[in-house]
Design a protein around this ligand. Structure first.
Ligand code: HEM
Length: 487
């Protein structure tokens, strides 16, 4: 009997030991590199309750504790965190060839892994260059701004109708989101979506992309982290499938109608007909599916981000009425808002810079090291994921005195244009920075200027700008309420 009990006990201990070993199998990797590490727990990694944290605040705290570099485990995945501008410059610019990729494991699902965000090496380079001209060349942007102008006017008509019933609004949902989506669905997919029809299948699928899964109970989030990291993104696969079907239909129609509209559908037609069949593309395995998926990628990358940034800027302006007054004067000095005038507006641009500094929508930038790398005593082996803590660098008091305060004028002072050249990175830095930086900047300035010219905005009792906690690369915010009246 005793022997049986002993045997059962030994078996239980062995099983527990094996489970423990399994749940800590990657731990120790960072420690071996001499990197200070936030102590990991089996399976969950460095945070027992990641869903209660706000990444930017956590990073700032860790940078104070560890300095320029530290390590942490998200579940079982080791990450090296960087909060030094010199190292960030190396990773993102100087030694880019070592850190060209992002870890696809974050979204390793059908379609999602084909997004430009996750393409690797030469495949990424070729696909990025296909789209970069259309998204950032001056003449293309000018044409795009004609669409943005029309979408803004339509957005104002919808807003006027709403203002007859209520004037305290979640400005992102009621105004900015639909304007940006309207413009981007025309630019990326060549289609016009009826923004007021909430049952429209395109709108419903876009909502899947942007909804996230933030209301997940803690037990479910923990279960995911342990057994299926990244599975919160699983639900976007049907949305991609739908978007790709819409894109294929647009490509077919463009072929029949012929002609060129200077949009993404044109690039798709040209790439599928003239690039995909070439030996170069076949050798790199760049397929028609990969090309088509970039339509959904561009929509996803531009819609939530641009609309959120417009809302943050409005929030800061209503919180700082003296700055608002100056911005309104600047905007009113422009008789008509055009592509050219939207490029001026220096104070409005400074407001956007400062809002993005204090509230970066993407507070961390991520890269994978593809070749062993070493500099200044920091060693990063191939295969290691590196996170640049943009939110920490943007709060550096050496670069931005009184970093907590909202001071758009710091961007206008002598040498203001040079401020934060490598510290300020809400669009990332280097060859893998945001593809739509120029378009987004113009869109934000144009839409916001038009809005302020036509409406008076102020705070209401529900106005607040607060991040929802949760371990994620994107920051998720509570709704921003604003009071809006016609001028
Ligand atoms: C204010 C709005 C926007 C913000 C704050 C933003 C921010 C970012 C950031 C931080 C990255 C990652 C950069 C890095 O890792 O270094 C990124 C990547 C990207 N963004 Fe944006 N973005 C915005 C608007 C747009 C727009 C309008 C488009 C397209 C028309 C766009 C397309 C992309 C694409 C395609 C990537 C992936 C680039 C690559 O991996 O090569 N974004 N964006």
């Amino acid at each position: 009997m005793e022997t049986v009990v002993l045997l059962v006990l030994s078996l239980v201990v062995l099983v527990l030991f094996l489970i423990y070993r399994h749940g800590t199998r990657t731990h120790g990797t960072l420690e071996k590199l001499g990197i200070p590490v936030i102590k990991p727990y089996p399976f969950v990694g460095s945070y027992l309750t990641p869903w209660t944290k706000y990444t930017a605040v956590e990073d700032q705290r860790n940078a104070k504790r560890f300095g320029a570099v530290w390590g942490q485990y998200d579940g079982l995945v080791p990450y090296v965190y960087v909060a030094s501008v010199e190292l960030a410059k190396c990773v993102m610019i100087k030694d880019f060839e070592y850190f060209q990729d992002r870890p696809v494991s974050m979204m390793d699902y059908e379609y999602a892994r084909d997004m430009l965000d996750f393409l690797k090496g030469e495949q990424w380079k070729q696909v990025r260059s296909l789209f970069s001209k259309t998204v950032s060349s001056g003449s293309k942007l000018k044409a795009m701004m004609t669409t943005v102008k029309k979408c803004t006017e339509d957005g104002f008509k919808r807003l006027d109708a709403k203002l007859e019933k209520e004037n305290e609004l979640v400005i992102q949902d009621e105004l900015f989101g639909p304007i940006v989506l309207d413009a981007m669905s025309q630019f990326s997919f060549g289609i016009k979506i009826p923004m007021e029809d909430k049952s429209n299948p395109f709108l419903q699928h876009v909502n899947i992309f942007t909804a996230g899964d933030y209301e997940t109970p803690a037990w479910k989030a923990a279960f995911r982290l342990i057994f299926k990291p990244g599975s919160e993104f699983e639900m976007i696969v049907p949305a991609f499938k739908f978007m790709n079907e819409v894109m294929r239909k647009s490509i077919k129609e463009r072929r029949i109608s012929g002609g060129s509209k200077g949009d993404i559908v044109d690039i798709m037609v040209d790439a599928i007909d003239n690039k995909v069949p070439t030996k170069e593309f076949r050798d790199l395995n760049i397929t028609e599916d990969i090309i088509v998926t970039q339509g959904a990628e561009l929509l996803m990358a531009s819609y939530g981000t641009t609309a959120a940034v417009l809302s943050f800027c409005t929030y800061y302006l209503v919180r700082y009425p003296d700055i608002m007054e100056r911005v309104v004067c600047e905007v009113e000095d422009e008789e008509e808002l055009t592509y050219e005038s939207a490029q001026r507006l220096p104070l409005l641009e400074a407001v956007m810079y400062e809002a993005l500094r204090l509230t970066p929508f993407i507070p961390r930038h991520i890269r994978t090291c593809t070749r062993d790398w070493e500099r200044d005593g920091v060693r990063i082996p191939a295969g290691t994921n590196v996170v640049i803590s943009a939110s920490t660098l943007q709060m550096d008091p050496g670069e931005f005195p009184e970093p907590e305060s909202f001071q758009p004028d710091r961007w206008l002072a002598d040498g203001g244009r040079k401020l934060g050249q490598y510290h300020w990175m809400p669009f990332g830095l280097g060859p893998r920075a945001c593809l739509g930086t120029r378009l987004a900047t113009l869109e934000v300035k144009y839409i916001l200027a038009s809005f302020l010219k036509r409406y008076r905005v102020s705070t209401c009792s529900k106005s607040r700008l607060e991040v929802k906690p949760g371990l994620s690369l994107l920051a998720d915010f509570y709704s921003i309420w604003i009071k809006v009246e016609k001028r």
